[in-house]
Design a protein around this ligand. Structure first.
Ligand SMILES: [Zn+2]
Length: 568
């Protein structure tokens, strides 16, 4: 337990002075290096409509300095609203935008929280616009992209190569915002000033570059669609820019741009066709690329990768095995995975990190489908088998209560999530699952054709249950309840009679809490497969003489100990 005094924190040792002062503990304190969880009232009171971030980045001393304007609409009355900003960064002033004569507003900081006192009570539907001047030395990313911040790296030639990554810790590690995944601005302006000859690649569309005449240039970008704060990203280097006009399945064209280091120009040129090939496959599989109004961008980064909207971070270094423990599956899995997030994460976004498996599980399943479509079903199964050991089952993958990004993160949101889709495919068939994936991405044909931002929406596990239920005509609540709301996996218990001749085999599902789990079980008996009805959670099968039964020989059903033929 941590008691917090004056924004810092001290460990509470029983009987110590810090503990005795417990009543002074600041319950508003917030860990700067986490994101999400329950929304506090000072943030629930408003809905962000617009951010304008103007920031100077100085690689010489690893500092940033800038101004953030936030426009919002009040949804509840409030005299105090809260933003977030890492304690490493100083707040110079906070004021009501466009009221320059007005006195700066009072504010109080507690961990990452910045509580701003308004001069009067804002009413529901009122507009709120705050301007924050801030700066300092932002957190240096200890282990990007997982433990993020700002990375001040160098290119092979020794030039600055700067990247941000902050999904788990929140974008407030480098700019002030309402650090909660449930609130995206409708649009955003990003204006970044850097020394010549550095180039800034970020989200949205580049509108102009201004030479400031002082050895710096300002890159002016505009994001026309709603964007998660954590997706806002700086990518700064003396980049070369590779650009293609791409024709979407909708017939619209938009730019596909790859910012590559000069040292990797040849690799970048050689990689461009694969970028386009992945994009085409995703459009065919899930529906149109969602951010056609802006672009699809890829920026070469000094960290492995991140799904930054319309400017994904690519740090695989043209190594197909960079994301898959060195194993080359015949395609750039990292690029494929990050691109998948333009649908799973950026088009549809969890409103609370408790449902992050929709980003990562759906995203991971896409690599298996790609393998099936390009190399055959056997490769699909090999890929699914390769990720099966990477589940911990220590906590429910998608619980009903709110979780922060740090709390939910782990292998299960990727691989248990992907395996739930894999098992659904066994139960419902390939066509139904692919149809459900398309409907999860775009619930209507109209949404697929939209580019004004209204195509973007929030989803939860409930949406997945409903969509798969609608497509299949089955009530699938039991499956999600057992797989995602419980930590432990269902186990299949098998008893088989001994002796010569035909034998009776009995199968029984054992599920945490005794939950219903009517998952039918395929058993191979020589050259045929029998499917054991498990409606009541158990079933029996007659095994002919001389036949060795193999349970789930194709490895479809996610269960406690995996592998064909495992009995018990
Ligand atoms: Zn991912």
């Amino acid at each position: 337990m941590r008691w917090v005094l004056n924004g810092g924190f001290v460990l509470c040792v029983l009987g110590s002075a810090a503990c005795l002062q417990g009543q002074e503990a600041d319950s508003d304190w917030r860990d700067p290096y986490d994101s999400g969880g329950p929304l506090i009232v000072e943030q629930a009171a408003y809905d962000v409509t617009y951010y304008d971030l103007a920031l100077a980045v100085d690689p010489a001393d690893s500092t940033i300095a800038g101004t953030l304007r936030m426009d919002a609409r009040m949804v509840a009355p409030a005299e105090v609203v809260a933003l977030d900003l890492d304690t490493l960064l100083a707040v110079e002033s906070i004021s009501l935008t466009d009221l320059e004569s007005a006195a700066p507003l009072s504010f109080r900081r507690s961990g990452s929280r910045v509580f701003v006192e308004l001069p009067f009570t804002k009413q529901p539907d009122d507009d709120l616009s705050l301007t924050v001047e801030y700066g300092g030395k932002p957190r240096v990313a200890p282990r990007p992209p997982w433990d993020g911040g700002v990375q001040w790296a160098a290119t092979p030639s020794g030039d600055p190569w700067i990247a941000t990554s902050n999904q788990m810790i929140g974008a407030d590690v480098w700019w002030p915002n309402k650090d909660h995944v449930s609130d995206k601005p409708d649009s955003m302006r990003i204006r970044i000033t850097v020394p010549d000859p550095l180039v800034v690649a970020t989200n949205g569309r580049q509108e102009k570059v201004t030479d400031n005449g002082d050895g710096t240039r300002t890159y002016d970008w505009f994001v026309s669609t709603p964007i998660s704060n954590y997706n806002v990203a700086l990518n700064i280097a003396p980049y070369e820019v590779l650009k293609e006009e791409y024709r979407s399945v909708t017939g619209e064209t938009f730019p596909v741009v790859f910012w590559v280091l000069p040292e990797y120009l040849e690799d970048g040129l050689a990689f461009m066709p694969e970028i386009l090939e992945h994009l085409r496959w995703f459009e065919r599989t899930l529906g149109p690329y969602p951010f056609r109004a802006d672009k699809y961008g890829v920026a070469q980064t000094p960290h492995l990768g991140m799904e930054h909207q319309s400017i994904i971070a690519y740090g695989a270094n043209f190594d197909n095995g960079a994301m898959t423990g060195g194993e080359d599956w015949g395609f750039d899995a990292l690029h494929h995975h990050e691109l998948s997030h333009e649908w799973w994460g950026n088009l549809v976004t969890n409103a609370d990190w408790k449902d992050m498996w929709i980003h990562e599980g759906f995203g991971s399943y896409m690599q298996a489908l790609w393998l099936e479509d390009t190399q055959g079903l056997e490769r699909y199964h090999e890929y699914m088998a390769s990720v099966r050991p990477r589940m911990g089952n220590a906590q429910p993958t998608a619980p009903r209560h709110s979780l922060s990004a740090q709390e939910v993160y782990g292998g299960d949101i990727y691989f248990k999530g992907a395996w739930v889709l894999h098992t659904l495919r066994y139960l419902l068939g390939d066509e139904a699952v692919r149809e459900a994936l398309r409907r999860m991405a775009y619930p209507t044909e109209e949404a697929a054709w939209t580019t004004d931002g209204s195509q973007v929406r929030f989803v939860s596990t409930a949406d997945v249950i409903t969509v798969f239920g609608d497509v299949s005509g089955q009530d699938l609540g039991w499956l999600f309840e057992a797989y995602l709301r419980q930590a432990e996996l269902p186990a299949l218990l098998v008893e088989i009679e001994g002796g010569e001749g035909a034998r009776a085999m009995e199968l029984r599902w054992q599920v945490p809490g005794g939950l219903p789990f009517p998952m039918p079980v395929p058993v191979r008996l020589g050259d045929r497969t029998a499917v054991v009805d498990m409606t009541e959670g158990s079933g029996t099968l007659q095994v002919p003489a001389g036949v060795e039964p193999v349970i789930d020989s194709e490895n479809w059903i996610l269960r406690a100990t995996q592998g064909p033929g495992f009995a018990r």
